[in-house]
Design a binder for this molecule. Structure first.
Ligand code: PDD
Length: 291
């Protein structure tokens, strides 16, 4: 018998003050992250060992902590130093840094505990580059009702609604589940959604129903750079269904074309010009905006 393959064995993590292999990281079962999903997180892309838009990610982490009334346990400089140390201790040049902060370990009680230290966890995983054929041909998505809570703007570890939504697409081999609430597009299970209509790039309004991805302000910059007009406005489900292009963005997907929706082709079923230009601009931005 050979030992089961452990893809995580070499990964070095940070947990509450010490660096250790992932397989040795342990937390109490009373951790409120485990018991209640009472925590927040970030996923930060790293290219060539340089962090992409670090400040924006760390600022969002602070916004999430504030939103759930948790004190920020580190200064910006401390966060950055920890992130850099985790990067240095792991083998890959392109990584994703996952940060999770929970309200800590306490007797099970819904009420916030007093005087409890937060749990701070950071791990690295190899950057999951999208396969070349998916980049070239685009991916399939399905739609589903957005049944999650109304605080999607908080990057909370309470992701059961997102998990259930994502499972729907995974089961039929699709890449994402695009969520619709009351006839309007919100986002996808783990990505932001964009459409191209009449040559203009459109993104749903930035509000509490959805997470404002770090790529939202980035695409705002990049659309100006490539000369495409961008509107933030409500996007109706019917507009999604007849869009010229549909795009997904996230830390790991970067800018990804959707070429099939609920089993029907999006336009010609090929990645569109806006998506291709934005992807190229994104690749260039990685060089200049990583540090
Ligand atoms: N998810 N919306 C949701 C619900 C998300 O989970 C994510 C990212 C995004 C895009 O945000 P950003 O551009 O900052 O990655 C939007 C991460 C990657 C995850 O949970 O793994």
């Amino acid at each position: 018998m050979t030992a089961p393959f452990d893809p995580t064995a070499e990964s070095v993590c940070y947990l509450n003050g010490t660096f250790q292999p992932l397989s040795q990281c342990q937390i109490s079962v009373l951790d409120r992250g485990f018991i209640f999903g009472d925590g927040v997180y970030e996923v930060i892309p790293v290219y060539g060992r340089r962090v992409f838009r670090a400040d924006a990610h760390l600022e969002r982490l602070v916004r999430s902590l504030n939103a759930v009334e948790m004190a920020n346990p580190c200064t910006r400089e401390d966060w950055l130093a920890l992130v850099r140390e985790v990067i240095a201790r792991n083998a890959q040049d392109d990584q994703c840094i996952y940060i999770q902060v929970t309200r800590g370990v306490a007797r099970r009680d819904h009420v916030f505990p007093r005087g409890v230290e937060p749990t701070i966890f950071m791990m690295s995983f190899p950057f999951p580059h999208i396969q070349a054929d998916k980049r070239a041909n685009g991916v399939a998505c399905i739609t589903a009702p957005d049944l999650r809570w109304r605080n999607g703007h908080i990057k909370s570890t309470s992701l059961l609604g997102n998990v259930l939504a994502r499972q729907l697409s995974a089961e039929i081999g699709a890449a994402e589940t695009i969520l619709i609430r009351d006839g309007w597009v919100t986002e996808a299970s783990a990505s932001n959604v964009w459409v191209v209509r009449n040559g203009r790039l459109c993104a749903p309004l930035r509000d509490h129903d959805k997470l404002e991805g770090i790529r939202v302000s980035l695409l705002e910059e990049l659309s100006t750079e490539i000369g495409v007009k961008l509107d933030f406005r409500p996007i109706a489900e019917w507009e999604l269904r007849c869009a010229e292009e549909i795009l997904l963005t996230s830390a790991t997907k970067e800018v990804l074309p959707v070429t099939s929706l609920d089993g029907r082709r999006v336009s010609e079923g090929r990645p569109g010009a806006v998506c291709q230009s934005l992807y190229a601009a994104y690749q260039a931005a990685k060089d200049v905006q990583s540090s």
